[in-house]
Ligand binder design. Sequence first.
Ligand code: PGA
Length: 264
Amino acid sequence: MKVIIRDDAKSASVWAAHYIADKINAKAKTTDKPFVIGLCTGSTPIETYKELIALVKAGKVSFKNVISFNMDEYVGLPESHSESYHSFMHKYLFDQIDEPAGNIHILNGNAADLEKECADYEKAIVEAGGIDLFLGGIGEDGHIAFNEPFSSLNSRTRVVTLTEDTRIVNSRFFDNDVNKVPRQALSVGVATVTDSKEVVILAYGPKKARALRDAIEGPCSHVCTVSALQLHPAGTIVCDEAAIGECKLNSYKYFKAVEEAELP
Ligand code: PGA
């Protein structure tokens, strides 16, 4: 696991956007096959999306040959609802980049058969050639996508029940009324994420510090599902100083030293 630490969330977000753009460009140089990316929602990726939009507008990267799969969507929330992840992704990314509409995949939380929707999503990922890079955030409880504590580390896309904690945290988007936050979601599984060739996780602010400590220094455990990254050969955490704050000083120094040593 690599941990990239920046002074603040803004510079970490810019780093992540350039990293992703470089990966898209690198694949385009070697093959005509699309770059397949996994995407997340939440407040964390917004600055990275802003920077990616700027890079697209500056002609530094294109999403014309990118296929995307989003991590999750609430069950039963209309797609047109301002807090659906469909709305979020169009507002913060898709409406401002050149990714063809047909390349965008977001789980349908209103499908008549939710289990089929999830199984079809897994199939679509395989048919697209597998995910090259999955971009994720983490929850305060260490969840990756909506894989709450005690989700199997081998889980696949499925219907999940949100914890009370997650619903309280997300109630800030629903008039601070926890009763308005859906109780269920469709979510890719932990194994759907770790099957990707590469995983990049963003974590900012002191509220993520305990989850990040558990992910980096704790055991690989279903109690903190993002800790599954420990078993991935190409996992990177991109964080700010506040989010790394609960890790040991020696861990912090080690990650800084690794980055320094690998600078061109
Ligand atoms: P946040 O959510 O980016 O809004 O903090 C992240 C998550 O719950 O995975």
